[in-house]
Design a protein around this ligand. Structure first.
Ligand code: PFF
Length: 490
């Protein structure tokens, strides 16, 4: 047997772990760009509507299901209907593949953290990133060329993550969240306050409060808001479900969900003030128009920000602060992504936490090695577009249908209302059954259209392999016999 079921030592640990899982790269480098490209200040309206109506609603489903069943996603779906187990492995395979490249990006960040003390990226950070760090061929041609620095940093991050998830719940994820999250918040406060003192910061942060009301009439802006909420709250990735299953009886689920969702959104809005201020400073000192500076993802963190640190006297202090922030946010998210996978494997195959953490980490590291080649960033882009815009959204849609339509939804309402001060009711049911699936389908179709445009044969081949993996692996994992008969009992 896998031993006694894990339980959080306090509600605070659960909340910190949940916030840690939500706050990640998406909050730091995705949100500012989404905000800016979708109307600036006025974007807050679709954003808040999506947060309340869709984001929190779905988190509540995950909480209720995890808390009620108190077991892993694979077993929960098997219990709901024995034909549904593949859906669980489908979700978990997608999450696992996302983790393999998420960890690589955290690895890049580790390299930049080391470089930032001396601003070792030199006067051309753009060239430095693609040539000196990634050795990127920007095609499949470099697949057999390993980039040693990246490989080492990926191994370091996987080792750290492995060490955390193999340790028991409270001494591993719990303790790390209790330490890293407060430090992360302090770092961000320092980052934002300092960046506000930079000359030209106002050019940047005023953009956040500068509304373009006409953007509200554009449905894509609403989809972008919803997309950000899905990403930022890590919806449908079985994280909230897994973490909630470790809660003790009597926990206030709705209250907890609201605290986590507000903290996550508060973090990204607050942090974007700092990001925009640095970009405002850059616009003033370099003369480059502000709109050309606002990029997202790696372009923002590893190119534009190093450029800004170059022009700042205090760049070698703010630089490490910034990269440390990404590192901590990335690690607390990566462990959360893996916990749900390890839990399902432990339960199905009757493995100890250590054993499943080790198996998952070794396989994960092997897959991540692809990203440590000269084709790494090219393949990573394909993984990201396929898994995030296409596969994951489809998985969330399936989860909505299963929990909203196949499972007895009123049970979930009772579970949530049992101990919470704030109650949910009919509106929630309507959102999960109708509104959420429609919005997800909208995002999904939009994602498919946007990814059709650039197709070379390598991209198609990688997508086909990914598609095969997310179909075949779940079937194999379902067919493999469970390690103990309890697994098949309700
Ligand atoms: N919510 C986290 C973030 O914003 O980075 C974690 C995460 C979300 C990881 C989505 C991966 C992902 F595809």
């Amino acid at each position: 047997m896998t031993g006694k079921r894990s339980e959080w030592d306090s509600n605070l640990t659960f909340i910190l772990a949940m916030i840690g899982s939500a706050i990640g790269l998406g909050n730091i480098w995705r949100f500012p760009n989404v905000l800016y490209s979708n109307g600036g200040g006025s974007f807050m309206i679709p954003y808040i509507v999506s947060l309340f109506l869709l984001g929190i609603s779905f988190v509540l489903v995950e909480y209720a299901v995890g808390f009620k069943f108190k077991t892993s996603l694979a077993k929960i779906l098997y219990n709901i209907h024995n034909k549904l187990e593949p859906v669980a492995w489908f979700v978990l395979t997608i999450v696992f593949l996302i983790t393999t490249y998420y960890i690589c990006i955290v690895g890049w960040d580790l390299i930049y953290l080391a470089l930032s003390f001396t601003k070792a990226w030199g006067s051309n950070p753009d060239l430095f990133f693609t040539q000196s760090v990634l050795h990127s061929t920007d095609s499949i041609r470099g697949i057999f060329t390993i980039v040693p620095t990246i490989l080492v940093s990926i191994i370091i991050i996987w080792s750290v993550v492995w060490a955390i998830i193999r340790t028991n719940l409270n001494d591993g994820i719990g303790k790390v969240s209790r330490i890293l999250l407060p430090i992360l918040c302090i770092i961000v406060v320092i980052f934002v306050i300092y960046s506000l003192t930079l000359p030209g910061s106002y050019i940047g942060y005023t953009q956040i409060f500068n509304p373009d009301w006409s953007a509200l009439a554009n449905p894509n802006v609403w989809l972008a808001a919803f997309g950000q909420i899905v990403f930022s709250l890590s919806l449908g990735m079985a994280i909230a479900l897994t973490y909630a299953s470790y809660l003790p009886e009597g926990s206030k689920l709705v209250d907890n969900a609201l605290i986590v969702a507000f903290s996550n959104s508060g973090f990204e809005v607050f942090n974007s003030i700092g990001i925009f201020s640095v970009l405002g400073f850059m616009a003033m000192t370099s003369g480059i128009p502000f709109n050309e500076l606002v990029t997202e993802g790696t372009g923002l963190a590893f190119v534009v920000f190093p450029q800004a640190f170059n022009t700042m006297q205090t760049g070698s202090i703010l630089g490490p602060i910034f990269f440390l922030c990404i590192l901590f946010a990335g690690i607390t998210s990566a462990i959360a992504l893996l916990e749900g996978i390890c839990y399902s494997i432990s339960e199905k195959f009757d493995f100890s936490r250590e054993k499943s953490a080790t198996i998952v980490s070794i396989i994960g590291l092997l897959i991540s090695t692809i990203f440590a080649t000269a084709s790494g960033s090219f393949i990573l882009g394909i993984f990201d577009a396929f898994l995030n815009n296409f596969a994951l959204l489809f998985a969330v849609l399936l989860e909505c249908i299963i929990f909203g339509w196949i499972y007895d939804f009123d049970e979930l309402i009772n579970t949530l209302n049992e101990n919470s001060r704030i109650k949910v009711g009919k509106l929630w049911k309507t959102v999960i059954r109708f509104i959420l699936p429609i919005c997800i389908a909208g995002l999904w179709i939009q994602g498919i259209f946007s990814s059709i445009s650039q197709e070379d044969s390598a991209t198609l081949a990688i997508r086909t392999i990914l598609l095969a993996a997310i179909i075949v692996l779940p079937i194999i994992l379902t067919k493999l016999p469970a390690g103990n008969e309890d697994y098949y009992e309700n």
